[in-house]
Design a protein around this ligand. Structure first.
Ligand code: HEC
Length: 204
């Protein structure tokens, strides 16, 4: 009799344990996500810096200083784009024929290819020469559509700006990137407009 009761007790305990286990599993399967809170400005800037750093924007948009290890970012001018004062070196036009080469300046802020010459934009919040007058919506549109200034019917952004990669960021992340860029020290640097292949052909 005692033995039977013992087995019965163990079985009950087991059932209770299983039941409890199931309940907690079910609880884990319930959608527990709370509606997302909007990030504060400070949180946006921290997230934006993280995305801009990992996203490699500085590879092309940072002016550089040359070191024995190659080009390193000029931290006094972060993300201010192709330095307007740098002279354009002579271009080997044979190298630019489709199927040959694409050329970069040593600081990677200027590229030459079958599309002509492109200069990386000033992303600092300087109003006259950077993104100071841009809105977050305009920035998102630019990154999603690859159109200059995010304008419908605007010219297509040219290589090597890899906007197609950044089009996959969420609105929240693009807003964070924009908030970080707007928090940078503004730097006045008027980047030249792109030169067309015809312009390049006429160059000496
Ligand atoms: C491989 C080089 C490269 C990288 C990496 C790069 N860019 Fe650019 N970016 C360019 C070039 C070149 C232009 C100018 C293109 C043109 O004039 O058509 C440009 C232009 C822009 C513009 C100006 C668009 C306009 O309307 O004229 C913005 C904004 C921009 N980039 C943001 C970014 C951000 C943000 C990142 C990182 C998430 C980034 N870029 C990464 C090369 C790059």
């Amino acid at each position: 009799m005692k033995k039977h009761f013992f087995i019965f007790a163990i079985t009950l305990g087991g059932i209770a344990f299983l039941q409890f286990g199931c309940d907690s599993n079910q609880a884990a399967r319930q959608p527990t996500e709370q509606p997302k809170k909007e990030m504060t400005k400070e949180e946006q800037v921290v997230r934006g810096k993280y995305l801009v750093t990992g996203g490699g924007c500085g590879d092309c948009h940072n002016p550089k200083l040359m070191s024995p290890q190659g080009p390193v970012p000029d931290t006094t001018k972060l993300l201010s784009g192709h330095p307007a004062a740098i002279p354009i070196m002579p271009i080997d036009k044979n190298a630019l024929k489709p199927g040959n080469w694409v050329l970069f300046s040593p600081d990677l802020t200027m590229a030459v290819g079958p599309w002509g010459i492109t200069y990386s934009a000033n992303l600092t919040p300087d109003t006259a020469t950077g993104l100071g007058a841009w809105t977050a919506e305009q920035f998102i549109k630019t990154m999603r559509t690859g159109k200059h200034l995010g304008q419908e019917g605007g010219r297509a952004l040219l290589p090597p700006m890899p906007w197609q990669n950044f089009a996959t960021f969420t609105d929240e992340d693009l807003k964070a990137i924009f908030a970080y860029l707007q928090a940078l020290p503004p730097i006045s640097n008027k980047v030249p407009p792109p030169a067309s292949p015809d312009d390049v052909a006429k160059m000496k």
